[in-house]
Design a protein around this ligand. Structure first.
Ligand code: XUL
Ligand code: CO
Length: 435
């Protein structure tokens, strides 16, 4: 069945086109900095927001009555959703999907029943994938919606729940591998606490480390060669989540010896919830060679919630594309639009406007960042700022060949340091000149 009957394949028409259902900047096959735009971005559609979303918020019922969600029985609904997903991917022209296990089909009353259901729907999705040549950027397990996880999933104080998480992770890994998933994500929505009064933080963090190690070992045994990503978020739904931000998560990954297999999936709106800028999180991740993938969206400047709006800030994304380009791209991942329509955007074509806008703003940011890097003033300024470490003594310091007494000797035998401008405004102007 076709769901988006009045919409054809979205084409690149350039910035002068008046057609809202066309790309103005995203031209999949256009080469920028040695790669096509499609290769730079690996855009993915988030199954949960785009095909499962209903427009519910804490104060209101569903507003988005998509035709693929109307069947009464869960199986038909799952098949319809899959049809809609592949029609959408074909028309928007992105190569990838991301999903949680229970986005694909409604969770069953028992683990075994859920497994049976997922077996059926994944057979159907596999056929779609093979036919369309579309791919799975990453899969994940929803270990946060079911009430059994209200006290935590891997960090639950009850071992029987931890075992249940293990069973669900095994199932989600099996499905991701079956569907050729290129990566696997862990987002710890319930891994944290509501109150420290009832929480043993040290035990809980250990349990999380042990479970992630088990999941990695199992997937490797099954031949999974992709990368595991942890997606940091500081709070929501818990008061405090353990994977607070990039720095905290990198520390966790290293503490549990997972750095060979795990990288980060950085989400824009999670960065802002942690009171960071997105480029801050990317700079921290790339400084450790840990930028695996990103979840693209944006928050709201005034209220600070996880509003998951589609990205549209060209200045912010130019700064982030500068970091991503200089890092040589992502470690295995791409750009997943973990974003949803506002609940009063109720037309089917709004799904297209949202994804078109997201792809265009990234494409435009890529073109701008590439011109900035080709111009070279930006890199030159940053290099010059650290030029003193290229002197004989500066080099020795970086090579750890000096002791504190050497610094004392250098400092006392030289004139006092001069004041050197950081030139922030000049650099801000440089970025704006290219925008
Ligand atoms: C929640 C969030 C999740 C993860 C996958 O804020 O971002 O959708 O991306 O579980
Ligand atoms: Co996300």
């Amino acid at each position: 069945m076709a769901y988006f009957k009045n919409i054809g394949k979205i084409k690149f028409e350039g910035r002068n086109s008046d057609n809202p259902l066309s790309f103005k900047y995203y031209n999949a096959q256009q080469i920028v900095a040695g790669k096509t735009m499609a290769e730079h971005f690996k855009f993915a559609v988030a199954y949960w927001h785009t095909f499962c979303g209903l427009g519910i918020d804490p104060f209101g019922f569903a507003t988005q009555f998509y035709p693929w969600n109307q069947a009464k029985d869960f199986k038909t609904k799952a098949f319809h959703k899959a049809d809609a997903a592949f029609e959408f991917l074909d028309k928007i022209g992105f190569d990838y999907l991301c999903f949680h296990d229970f986005d694909l089909i409604e969770e069953g009353p028992t683990q075994l029943e859920s497994e049976k259901r997922l077996e059926t729907i994944s057979d159907y999705i596999l056929d779609h994938l093979e036919e369309s040549h579309k791919k799975v950027l990453w899969g994940t397990a929803n270990c946060f919606s079911n009430p059994i996880y209200m006290n935590g999933a891997a960090t639950n104080p009850d071992f029987s729940v931890v075992a249940r998480v293990g069973a669900q992770l095994k199932m989600a890994l099996d499905i991701t591998i079956k569907l050729g998933g290129e990566n696997y994500v862990f987002w710890g929505g319930r891994e944290g606490y509501m109150s420290l009064l009832n929480t043993d933080v040290s035990k809980e963090l250990d349990h999380l480390g042990i479970l992630l190690t088990m999941a990695k070992d199992y997937a490797r045994k099954q031949g999974f060669r992709g990368t595991f990503f942890i997606e940091p978020k500081p709070m929501e739904p818990m008061k405090h989540q353990y994977d607070f931000d990039a720095s905290t998560t990198i520390g966790f990954i290293k503490k549990y010896g997972l750095e060979k297999d795990f990288k980060l999936n950085i989400e824009i709106n999670h960065a802002t919830l942690a009171q960071h800028s997105f480029d801050h999180e990317l700079a921290i991740a790339t400084s450790e060679n840990m930028l695996g993938s990103i979840d693209a969206n944006r928050g709201d400047d005034q209220n600070g919630w996880d509003t998951d709006q589609f990205p549209n800030n060209i200045n912010e994304l130019t700064r982030t594309m500068l970091i991503i380009l200089q890092a040589g791209g992502f470690q295995g991942g791409g750009i997943n639009f973990d974003a949803k329509l506002r609940r009063n955007s109720t037309d089917l074509e709004d799904l297209f406007h949202a994804h078109i806008g997201g792809a265009d703003v990234f494409a435009r940011a890529l073109l701008i960042a590439d011109s900035i890097l080709q111009n070279g003033q930006y890199q030159k300024h940053r290099e010059q700022r650290y030029a003193s470490f290229d002197t004989k003594e500066g080099r020795k310091f970086r090579a750890k060949e000096l002791v504190l007494e050497d610094l004392y000797a250098i400092a006392t035998s030289n004139p006092p340091p001069k004041s050197i401008s950081g030139k922030q405004e000049m650099l801000e102007n440089l970025i704006n000149r290219f925008i």
